[in-house]
Design a protein around this ligand. Structure first.
Ligand code: NAD
Length: 244
């Protein structure tokens, strides 16, 4: 039987990298993307090929660019016709007052965190429709639900991802394609590397579970989510240790 293929954006580190390792271990072929760390991503993908006897394709480039996403899916068509599972994970954060944010920074946030989801879904869906099945998981944030001070653009983008998830799930349910989002709380990745020890401690105290989740915990959940019954769609699932 043909192995299923998962495309993960932003797979060079953090949640995306952990997800790549978990899906490889589970026997999926992989299409991996990141923006800068091309050599590192290729080395990592070769390790996964050797360890788990799977096939991988690396596509490095800027997911905020619609032209790049179209090129990436051209390569995907040659590699495996299309992807069965799309994980829109790549994202960037911005911390600062809205009044001090430049228009270009706002645009960059929205294109990287939200437009990229539109672009990848648009390119992935035709193959899924032809196969009469597919799964899309968008990695979102609790800030997209509640909003965060000094993270207005990030919150707006992730709120957009949540709304896009719900709307697209309705549009694609008749085609047996499920669209869900995982709204993460605090995950222990480079995205939070700027926190000093006391900021980290006070944030941990706010989280009922008492700690930052490991990226591997998110990855394990993603592997379970793709196996969930097809009736589970249009959900924004909080993965936040009870925080919000
Ligand atoms: P990270 O900074 O460790 O990794 C981000 C990944 O995205 C990297 O592989 C990077 O290359 C890639 N990326 C960034 N911009 C890109 C672009 N323009 N094109 C292609 N790839 C790009 O971050 P992370 O913590 O692993 O975050 C992954 C996702 O989880 C993001 O969408 C983030 O918003 C979300 N999230 C993270 C947390 C957290 O606490 N870490 C919380 C909520 C949501």
């Amino acid at each position: 039987m043909k192995r299923k293929t998962v495309l993960i954006t932003g797979a060079s580190r953090g949640i995306g990298r952990a997800a790549a390792a978990a899906f490889a271990k589970a026997g999926y072929d992989l299409v991996l993307n990141c923006i800068h760390s091309e050599k590192e991503l290729r080395r990592f993908s070769l390790e996964l090929e050797e360890d788990f006897h799977i096939q991988t394709l690396c596509c490095c480039g800027d997911i905020a660019s619609y032209a790049f996403v179209c090129e990436m899916f051209e390569k995907v068509r040659e590699f495996c016709q299309g992807v069965d599972i799309l994980i829109n994970n790549a994202g960037i954060s911005y911390i600062g007052l809205l009044s001090e944010m430049h228009y270009e920074e706002w645009e960059r946030m929205l294109h990287t965190n939200l437009t990229s989801v539109f672009s990848c879904c648009k390119c992935a869906v035709p193959y899924m429709i032809s196969q009469k099945e597919g799964k899309i998981i968008n990695i979102s944030s609790v800030w997209g639900i509640s909003g965060a001070s000094c993270e207005a653009a990030y919150s707006a983008a992730k709120g957009g991802v949540n709304a896009l998830t719900r709307a697209l799930a309705k549009e694609l349910a008749p085609s047996n394609i499920q669209v869900n989002a995982v709204a993460c709380g605090v995950i222990d990745t480079d995205m939070n590397a700027a926190l000093d020890l006391s900021e980290r401690k006070s944030l941990e105290n706010e989280i009922p579970a008492g700690y930052f989740a490991k990226p591997e915990e998110v990855a394990a959940f993603l592997c379970q989510l793709v196996l969930a019954p097809s009736y589970l769609t249009g959900q924004v699932i909080r993965f936040d240790g009870g925080w919000l």
